[in-house]
Design a protein around this ligand. Structure first.
Ligand code: C5P
Length: 273
């Protein structure tokens, strides 16, 4: 594949995330509906030697050290390349971030490692970068029926949350799986009706660690969002709105009232990036 190559790394959003058990090695069994958004980071891969340059509004939250997932992805692919990561998403915020960036590097290189999950549980779904039901530890993927357009607002209190800490703070791990998927979701009300029967089981322990998450959810609710919920292990929360102008108006209002927060309106990414 010709280099340089610019590859979007769309944000991942867990519309629902059920934690249904824990294995002896401490990893958790998941059942999640995952979608990808129009907002995201951007990775550019050019001929080597192996290096990482960070740009973008959240570059300061990351170090270009050898453990960075972009560099680990390039090493897994066996390629010495110069990577530039435009970090548009808050770091450690429950919307993919590092996993989406690693998957974008692999896609840019045309690499198909046998075990992408070794880079992180969300890397397989981020490689696919299309709506999926995600089970197992994150490696069992089933494509979802076509989804209606969604108009979202994302809200993050600009406070990072450690994923292992959130899993560790769970008080109950044998939660019910998601209800059976519908054969299709003809419109947003059908999808919202289904999601209302679902949960994010990481939300209560995340709020216990970071009470500001409850403030983000309350702000979405006050702005008229359907289904305010946290994504992944947090702290980013989302809500659904009737159309793009309503989502943008809500995002503007929440941002105006909470100048310290990261707030953005977003739609779903096209199915293939
Ligand atoms: O795989 P990843 O590095 O994204 O996982 C971060 C942490 O999240 C793991 O160290 C583990 O504590 C927790 N995790 C888990 N069960 C999963 C995925 C992640 O317990 N299925």
């Amino acid at each position: 594949m010709g280099l340089p190559r610019r590859e979007p790394a769309p944000a991942k959003l867990n519309l629902a995330l059920h934690v249904t058990g824990r294995r002896d090695d401490g990893y958790h069994l998941l059942d999640s509906l995952v979608v990808f958004l129009t907002v995201g980071d951007v990775v550019t891969v050019a001929p080597g030697p192996l290096s990482l340059t960070l740009t973008g509004p959240f570059a300061a939250g990351l170090a270009a050290d050898p453990d960075n997932l972009c560099l680990r992805a390039a090493r897994l692919a066996g390629r010495d390349v110069a990577i530039t990561l435009e970090k548009n998403l808050p770091v450690a915020s429950g919307i993919g971030g590092g996993s989406a960036d690693a998957a974008a590097v692999l896609r840019a290189l045309g690499a198909q490692p046998r075990r992408p999950q070794d880079l992180g549980a969300d890397v397989p779904v981020c490689l696919a970068s299309r709506p999926m039901r995600m089970q197992g530890l994150g490696e069992l993927l089933t494509p979802l029926p076509p989804l209606p357009p969604l108009h979202l607002v994302l809200v993050n209190p600009r406070l990072a949350l450690s994923t292992p800490a959130v899993f560790k703070a769970m008080t109950r791990r044998d939660n019910a799986p998601m209800p059976d998927l519908l054969p299709d979701f003809p419109d947003a009300p059908a999808l919202i009706g289904f999601l209302a029967e679902c949960r994010n089981d990481l939300q209560p322990p995340a709020i216990a660690l970071l009470p500001q998450i409850a403030d983000c959810l309350a702000a979405l609710e006050a702005a008229g969002a359907a289904l305010p919920r946290m994504s992944g292990s947090g702290a980013t929360c989302f809500g659904l709105f009737a159309d793009a102008p309503a989502a943008q108006a809500a995002a503007d209002a929440i941002a105006a009232e909470n100048p310290g927060w990261w707030v953005t309106a977003s739609g779903l990414a096209p199915a293939s990036v």
